[in-house]
Design a protein around this ligand. Structure first.
Ligand SMILES: C[S@@+](CC[C@H](N)C(=O)[O-])C[C@H]1O[C@@H](n2cnc3c(N)ncnc32)[C@H](O)[C@@H]1O
Length: 273
């Protein structure tokens, strides 16, 4: 692909998703766009980019976005954040939210659903007292394809093998051929919606827990700062933000304080006084 082709993809991707592709990632574009080109009846990634650049090419932008987002995820990814939720965060929130009996949890880049479903499973498994509560779990992503997959809640053996114990698998999923389908009791606990993190957000409740994990690493500093500023407006004063292991608010937004817990950590809004 030419330098101009690459520059075109980089600019378009940043405009539409906030994802920044560093120089020298032509191989990534090539490998992700080649299958898309074939689906369009074209032979190479370069031909697909030519199509994107031609009049009417904007109709292909959704396919570009779907191909270029990194959707790596797993159940109980990194383990420790979920241990923190189970051992400390949820018991504390259950005490403080007892008068209203309501919990609001937002997963801001939920990929194929393993992260929000992990939370739903964790709640069902360890906090039976929440059965009579209103527990809102909203899972959002930019990818139409990922949201569709999440709603189907149908996973391969490989996917369920990453993070789920046999006990949780057999309790909360039923086998369907080579796939495992999440039981409605868990599936119905999560609502899905398309939200672009870098664009304006719809009307939202105030959240007790926000997870925006393993997505901000793809954004530039100004986008990260803007998202953290907006998170602060929709996070309850005693709520918490959980980021990915390689992500931080440090040097981006001084409104947050890190709380280290077990082998992970989360962020609270600091005292404004
Ligand atoms: C690597 S996955 C992380 C999934 C999950 N949070 C985890 O940690 O396992 C990143 C997800 O972010 C989504 N994404 C990328 N850019 C986005 C944006 N601008 N707004 C919302 N979601 C975005 C991708 O579609 C993808 O599903």
């Amino acid at each position: 692909m030419t330098e101009q082709d690459y520059a075109f993809v980089v600019k378009l991707l940043q405009e539409r998703t906030a994802i920044v592709l560093d120089p020298g990632k032509e191989y990534l574009v090539e490998s992700r766009l080649t299958p898309v080109a074939l689906q369009h009846g074209l032979a190479t990634a370069t031909e697909f980019i030519q199509k994107l650049r031609s009049p009417g090419g904007s109709a292909c932008i959704p396919d570009l976005i779907e191909a270029m987002v990194t959707t790596e995820t797993s159940f109980f990814r990194d383990v420790h954040p979920f241990e923190t939720l189970r051992k400390t965060v949820l018991p504390e929130l259950i005490r403080t939210r007892l008068p209203n009996r309501e919990l609001n949890i937002w997963c801001g880049a939920s990929a194929s659903g393993q992260e929000p479903y992990t939370i739903a499973i964790l709640i069902r498994e360890h906090f039976p007292e929440l059965l009579g509560w209103t527990v809102n779990i909203l899972a959002t992503d930019i990818s139409t394809e990922m949201l569709k997959r999440s709603q189907e809640a149908r996973y391969t053996q490989l996917e369920v093998g990453r993070g789920l114990t046999i006990a949780l698998l057999t309790k909360y999923f039923r086998q369907d051929g080579f796939h495992w389908v999440l039981r409605d009791e868990i599936r119905n606990m999560v609502r899905f919606q398309q939200i672009h993190l870098e664009q304006s957000w719809p009307q939202m409740p105030m959240w007790d827990i926000i997870l925006i994990r393993n997505v901000m690493i793809y954004f530039d500093i100004e986008t990260k700062k803007a998202i953290l500023r907006r998170v602060a407006k929709v996070l309850r004063p005693d709520g918490l933000l959980i980021l990915g292991g390689a992500e931080t608010t440090l040097n981006l937004d001084s409104a947050y304080q890190r709380v280290d817990h077990l082998k992970s950590g989360f962020y609270r809004l600091g005292d404004k006084s």
